[in-house]
Design a protein around this ligand. Structure first.
Ligand code: GLN
Length: 475
C-alpha cells in the first residue's frame, strides 16, 4: 500500500521520518519503473533531494514547513517551473526555461511539498491518451500495453505507480478525470476559477482548470487546500476565501439528494461494466441514507460537438504566440513568414495542427455564427440544464469514461473515436462546474473503473464528501 500524502506529512512533521528518506524512497521507485512507464518528461532528483533537506532543516530548527511537509509531488509539464524546462509535450518549446513558477507550483512549495518531476502529456494538453506527446507515450501502470488516458496521463500514471502520492494536472474537457479513471486514482477538476492558472500554459482559456490527482479523496482535499487560493495574477481566479477542504471532509451520504445523469450513463459506447459501476455507486449512497433518482440533462448530448468547436477556437488563438520569435524552437527562413511557417511545421504535432485548423475555420468570417456562435448557444443550454438539475439535487453521478483503458495505438488513427472518450466529462467543463473521478471497482480485463461525481459551482465540499462515501465502501 502506498503511503498517503497526509500520512507522510504527519510523519515528517512529527519527525518520525525525514523528508529526505521519503524522497529517496520515491526516487528509488521511479528508478525501478520509470523506464517502462515513462510518466515523466523530467525527473528532478537533485532538486528534490535539496528541497527535502531544506524541509528537514526547517523542522530541525523548530519551524513548521507546512501541511504537505516532505510530500513528493509531480506536476504536468504545462505548468511553469522557474529555470526548469517546461515542454507542454511539444517540440516547439525546445530549450525554453520559464523565468517564473506557476502559482500552483509556488503554493506547493510553500506548503512544504517536494517537487520530484514534470509529467508527460498530450502536446499542449490536446488528447485523451498521452500518445500525442512529442516525447513518446506513457504506459498505464496497470497494463503497460494500454494508455493511461490523457491529456494528464503522466500525472495519473505517476500516482498509480507510486512515484508520488500527489500530482497536478490540468482539465479542459476531462484531462484530469479521464486519466484518473483509467489509472485507478482520484482526480479532481475544481470549479472554473477556484485554482489560479497563472503559469499554466493556455489551451482553451474559458475551460482550462488545474486540479489534483491522489490515491485518496482526503489527499486530493489536502492538495486543494494548498493550491485553491485567490490569486490576483489570474483575473479569472475567484477572489473569495475557500473552505478548508480537509477539515470540511465529512463522512456519510445521509440526506444527500443524488441524481444519475441519464444522458451520460446511457450514452453510446458506455460499457456495461461502467454503467454497472455507476448503478452500484448509487446503491451505496442510497444505503448510506441518500435519496437517489435519475435526472435528465438533455443538452449534455451536444457537449462533445460544442466542445470540439469552442476548445479548438480558443486554442487556435492561444497558440498563435508560438511563432519562432518569442519561445523555443526557430527554423530559419528567408523572411519572417517563411520562418513562422517552417517553425510551426516542424514544432507542432499533427493533433495540434488539426486543432488550429479546426479552430481557425470555426472562427473565420462567414462561418463564425454557424459554428462558434452556435456552440456558445449550446454551452448556455448546458449551463441551464445543469442549473435545473441542481435545483433538486446536491450532486450528480455519471461514468467518468465510457470504457476502461484502451490499448496503445487503438485510437490514434481515428481522432473522432478519441474525442468520444470525453463524452462524459466535457459537459461539466463547458458549464464550469466541479467534477471528479473516484476509483470504483474494475471492469473489462480487471482494469480500473472510475465513477464521476458532479457538483454545482463551488460545491467541492459536498462533491468530496460524496466521493469519500464511495471510496469508503470499496476500501
Ligand atoms: N481530451 C480532450 C481534448 O483533447 C480534453 C483535453 C483536456 O482536458 N486538456 O481536448
Amino acid at each position: 500500500m502506498t503511503q498517503t500524502a497526509l500520512d507522510i506529512a504527519a510523519d515528517v512533521r512529527a519527525r518520525r521520518r525525514s523528508a529526505r528518506e521519503v524522497v529517496d524512497e520515491h526516487l528509488a521507485t521511479i528508478e525501478a519503473r520509470e523506464g517502462e512507464v515513462h510518466a515523466f518528461n523530467a525527473v528532478l532528483a537533485e532538486e528534490a533531494r535539496r528541497t527535502a533537506d531544506a524541509v528537514d532543516g526547517s523542522i530541525a530548527a523548530g519551524d513548521d514547513p507546512g501541511p504537505l511537509a516532505g510530500v513528493p509531488v509531480v506536476v504536468k509539464d504545462n505548468m511553469c517551473t522557474r529555470g526548469i524546462p517546461t515542454t507542454c509535450g511539444s517540440r516547439i518549446l525546445e530549450g525554453w526555461r520559464p523565468p517564473y513558477d506557476a502559482t500552483v507550483v509556488e503554493r506547493l512549495r510553500e506548503a512544504g511539498a517536494v517537487l520530484v518531476g514534470k509529467t508527460n502529456l498530450d502536446e499542449f494538453a490536446m488528447g485523451s491518451s498521452t500518445e500525442n506527446s512529442a516525447f513518446g507515450p506513457t504506459g498505464n501502470p496497470h497494463d503497460l500495453a494500454r494508455v493511461p488516458g490523457g491529456s494528464s496521463g503522466g500525472s495519473a500514471a505517476a500516482v498509480a505507480a507510486g512515484f508520488a502520492p500527489l500530482a497536478l494536472g490540468s482539465d479542459t474537457g476531462g484531462s484530469i478525470r479521464q486519466p484518473a479513471a483509467l489509472c485507478g486514482v482520484v482526480g479532481v477538476k475544481p470549479t472554473y476559477g477556484l485554482v489560479s492558472r497563472y503559469g499554466l500554459v493556455a489551451f482553451a482559456s474559458s475551460l482550462d482548470q488545474i486540479g489534483p490527482f491522489a490515491s485518496t479523496v482526503a489527499d486530493a482535499a489536502a492538495a486543494l487546500d494548498a493550491i485553491a487560493v485567490p490569486d490576483p495574477r489570474d483575473s479569472t481566479c475567484i477572489p473569495d476565501a475557500r473552505p478548508a477542504y480537509v477539515e470540511a471532509l465529512q463522512t456519510g451520504a445521509d440526506g444527500l439528494r443524488v441524481g444519475i445523469v441519464e444522458e451520460l450513463t446511457e450514452a453510446d459506447g458506455v460499457e456495461p461494466e461502467v454503467r454497472n459501476a455507476v448503478e452500484r455507486a448509487a446503491s451505496v449512497l442510497e444505503a448510506g441514507g441518500a435519496h437517489v433518482d435519475r435526472v435528465s440533462v438533455p443538452s449534455a448530448v451536444y457537449g462533445i460537438s460544442a466542445y470540439y468547436l469552442i476548445a479548438p477556437a480558443e486554442a487556435s488563438s492561444n497558440l498563435a504566440r508560438y511563432d519562432g520569435v518569442r519561445y523555443g524552437l526557430r527554423v530559419e527562413g528567408e523572411d519572417v513568414g517563411t520562418m513562422n511557417a517552417r517553425t510551426r511545421a516542424a514544432g507542432f504535432g499533427d493533433e495540434v495542427k488539426r486543432r488550429i485548423m479546426l479552430g481557425t475555420y470555426a472562427l473565420s468570417a462567414g462561418y463564425f455564427d454557424a459554428y462558434y456562435g452556435k456552440a456558445q448557444k449550446v454551452r448556455t443550454l448546458i449551463i441551464r440544464d445543469f442549473a435545473r438539475a441542481y435545483e433538486t439535487h446536491n450532486v450528480l453521478l455519471a461514468p467518468t469514461t465510457p470504457t476502461v483503458a484502451f490499448k496503445l495505438g487503438e485510437k490514434t488513427s481515428d481522432p473522432l473515436a478519441m474525442y468520444l472518450s470525453d463524452v462524459c466529462t466535457v459537459p461539466s467543463s463547458l458549464a464550469g462546474h466541479p467534477a471528479m473521478s473516484v476509483p470504483f471497482g474494475t471492469g473489462a480485463d480487471n482494469l480500473p473503473v472510475g465513477v464521476q461525481v458532479l457538483a454545482p459551482p463551488l460545491a467541492e465540499v459536498i462533491m468530496l464528501r460524496t466521493a469519500q462515501a464511495l471510496e469508503e465502501s470499496v476500501r
